[in-house]
Design a protein around this ligand. Structure first.
Ligand code: Z5A
Length: 208
């Protein structure tokens, strides 16, 4: 049985990952693939409980290392119970965020540094990185406007200050420069139709 492909979506708040995930799933299904969707933090019952703790504004401020370890605890559950079995069955896995989010939010945003995140990654998922990552790069201003436009209460991360979100964006773009084969940057400031065109081009180039 041929192993499935591991595809991840990354980006700052309001980048359009949820919208993009539906498009990518449709594209894969049309090509006869079986698709398993997941998200991080989350994806399994226990990991969803950790997600709730991490996103709930009532949790308040967390020590950055505590926050990072909780992200990796949830990731390990998702990996062992969902992602690895699905890839081994030959399914494609489409995951909304993975370790690049830890590199960007905790490594960059919380200033823990990328080396620490990479050391944990080597422990928690040795030898596994996504086959393809689409980084939906959106300016902080546009992302915040989109999130505000949804009219939902802000979670713990959506309450972050602009300088934190700028560091997150910069860390994502640094990672994309380090791994240009794996990470495709999509200009997500553009219209939905144009973003969709860029995503389809990337899928055709990398997955066909
Ligand atoms: N986090 C972390 O710190 N470390 C980690 O390791 C991991 C995660 C794994 C999880 O939230 C939080 O956890 C996240 C990082 C942190 N921080 N935050 N916030 P999440 O991933 O569930 O939440 P999110 O990133 O905020 O996702 P979101 O709010 O659902 O955003 P999105 O999925 O990227 O956007 P969307 O819902 O598709 O689009 C937002 C709105 O904009 C919506 O109304 C769309 O219709 C509209 N939209 C989308 N694209 C466009 C374009 N191109 N033009 C116009 N309007 C658009």
């Amino acid at each position: 049985m041929k192993r499935g492909r591991f595809i991840t979506l990354e980006g700052g708040e309001g980048a359009g990952k949820t919208t993009a995930a539906a498009l990518i799933e449709r594209w894969l299904l049309e090509r006869g693939r079986t698709v398993v969707r997941s998200r991080e933090p989350g994806g399994t019952p226990a990991a969803e409980k950790i997600r709730h703790l991490l996103l709930d504004p009532e949790t308040g401020e967390l020590d950055p290392m505590t926050e990072l370890l909780l992200m990796f605890s949830a990731r390990r559950e998702n990996l062992v119970r969902m992602i690895e079995p699905a890839l081994a069955r030959g399914d494609d896995v489409l995951c909304d965020r993975f370790t690049d989010a830890s590199r960007a939010y905790q490594g960059g945003g919380r200033r823990l540094g990328i080396q620490l995140v990479n050391r944990l990654a080597a422990l928690v998922h040795p030898g596994l990185e996504p086959d393809l990552t689409l980084l939906l790069d959106v300016s902080v201003e546009t992302g915040m406007q989109r999130v505000a436009g949804r009219g939902k209460a802000a979670d713990r991360f959506e309450q972050s200050r602009t300088d934190f979100l700028e560091r997150v964006r910069a860390a994502y773009l640094t990672q994309a420069r380090l791994e240009p084969e794996r990470i495709v940057v999509i200009d997500a400031d553009r219209s939905l139709a144009e973003v969709e065109r860029q995503i389809i081009r990337a899928l055709e180039r990398c997955l066909l």
